[in-house]
Write a protein that binds this ligand. Structure first.
Ligand code: PHE
Ligand code: NA
Length: 454
């Protein structure tokens, strides 16, 4: 066996896994998804998905990486030669995501500087699309704002590839040990400020108001599973790769629970902060909270700048903190996605780590420059839609079905995890993965395909 790189400490691994999990999905995706799918009532399908699919799959992926000690393709290959493609599929999805995830982080870097002087002005929407992205400028006539995206994008890739260059312990572990605690502190400051703004209570009430009539709606369950998978970075090859660097004697099951609950706690915190701030904005404008709810790019780069404009004091500072937390949350996730293909090609082609970073990361960086151009926004939207609809849950479904029913390894995995972990997996774990998850995901996929085809 080769001398495999390893995490230096248990906390190092947990921080890296949590760092991958906590990302833009927690901050700008979860609050809007929860609100649109029943508010307080969404927690029922959400918790169901977390406990019966999210954490069990996390245990499965941790076991896969720990047992076979390889990148995702190599681990799948070692499990069964015929399943190597499954690893490459997940790696490919990660590669695509990394190319546009990097662009969003670059925007957030740029916006953290805009926030110092509130240079987005009053009309934050036209600032984003016209001044910043220049979607209305005729092609070829690009102004200096393009550099405003390119420079931060280059910074994003220099940091990410620099960290991967430095390796698992010196690079990834160290970066997360700095990024994640900093992120938590920054974010707590913002959330406390948000919920003490006038109108925040109304925002929280809107967020948590349960709409139980939605609970039997299948699309609410689709949303819950989609959120859990994306948010926990499951089925992206990430958790397999990260757990392959665990020392032989390492807890698996407990670590999966810690990762899952940390991610969900952060998500809940983000929901509270975002809706507190939205409640404030609604009050300032004399409208209902429903009218200002948004998610994604619109929430972060249009609505938040507006909210920050109206802050009673220290607007520039809070704007800076908000965008820096997007940057930190994003970078730790980007590092994890990029490590999947770095590790994949390194092991497949027998490259050194540095060569693999240069080749894989370099290619991703170059492609991501395309997203920084005018047409990029369109690709970004299309890629995001495609990945979320067909990528994540689909790979997850195939993964559990292959492991549970084709190679029939759940029993082996259970023994492996129980051999190293404090918490012992009972038969429920196999039921969740072998029966409940495939059924729910199968129905979900069927509905998605029929909805998209007809
Ligand atoms: N889990 C991250 C989030 O919640 C997103 C992500 C998905 C990161 C896939 C890497 C890979 O934002
Ligand atoms: Na997440």
């Amino acid at each position: 066996m080769e001398n495999r790189a390893q995490w230096g400490t248990r906390a190092g691994f947990i921080l890296a896994a949590v760092g991958s999990a906590i990302g833009l999905g927690n901050i700008w995706r979860f609050p809007a998804v929860a609100y649109e799918n029943g508010g307080g009532a969404f927690f029922i399908p959400y918790l169901f998905a977390l406990l019966t699919a999210g954490i069990p799959l996390l245990v499965m992926e941790f076991t896969l990486g720990h047992k076979y000690r390889g990148s995702a393709p190599l681990s799948f290959f070692r499990m069964n030669k015929k399943t190597e493609w499954l690893g490459w599929w997940a790696v490919l999805v990660s590669f695509v995501i990394s190319t546009y995830y990097a662009v969003i982080i670059a925007w957030a870097i740029r916006y953290s500087f805009f926030s110092i002087n509130l240079s987005w002005g009053e009309d934050t929407e036209s600032f984003l699309f016209n001044d910043f992205l220049q979607l209305t400028v005729t092609p070829g006539q690009t102004g200096n704002m393009v550099m405003g995206i390119l420079i931060p994008l280059v910074i994003v890739w220099v940091i990410t590839l620099g960290v991967l260059f430095a390796g698992v312990k010196k690079g990834i572990e160290t970066a997360n040990k700095i990024f994640i605690p900093t992120l938590v502190v920054l974010f707590l400051i913002i959330v406390i400020r948000a919920i003490t703004l006038p109108g925040a209570a109304q925002g929280l009430q809107t967020f948590f108001a349960p709409d139980f009539s939605q609970i039997m709606n299948p699309s609410v369950w689709v949303a819950a599973y989609g959120q859990i998978f994306f948010s926990l970075s499951i089925a992206f090859a990430i958790m397999i790769t990260y757990s392959s660097y665990l020392p032989k004697k390492s807890d698996i099951t407990n670590n999966a629970f810690i990762t899952g609950f940390s991610n969900s706690s952060f998500e809940l915190l983000a929901g509270i902060g975002v809706f507190g701030a939205l409640g404030f904005m609604a009050q300032q404008n004399g409208v209902g909270v429903e009218e200002v709810v948004s998610g994604g790019v619109g929430l972060a780069f249009v609505v938040f700048p507006q909210i920050i404009n109206e802050f009673p004091a220290l607007s520039g500072l809070f704007g800076f903190l908000f965008f820096m937390s997007l940057v930190l949350a994003g970078l730790s996730s980007l590092i994890s996605i990029s490590e999947t293909y770095v590790a994949g090609i390194k092991e497949k082609f027998g490259l050194s780590r540095k060569a693999a970073v240069a080749a894989g990361g370099g290619l991703a960086a170059v492609i991501s420059l395309l997203f920084a151009t005018q047409g990029g926004l369109f690709f970004l939207d299309a890629a995001d839609y495609f990945i979320n609809q067909f990528g994540v849950a689909f790979v997850g479904l195939v993964e559990v079905v292959v492991i549970a029913w084709f190679v029939r390894k759940l029993g082996d995995f259970q023994n492996h995890a129980n051999g190293v972990s404090d918490l012992h997996l009972g038969g429920w774990w196999k039921v969740c993965l072998g029966v409940i998850t495939p059924i729910v995901l199968g129905i979900m996929m069927f509905q998605l395909f029929t909805k998209n085809l007809f």
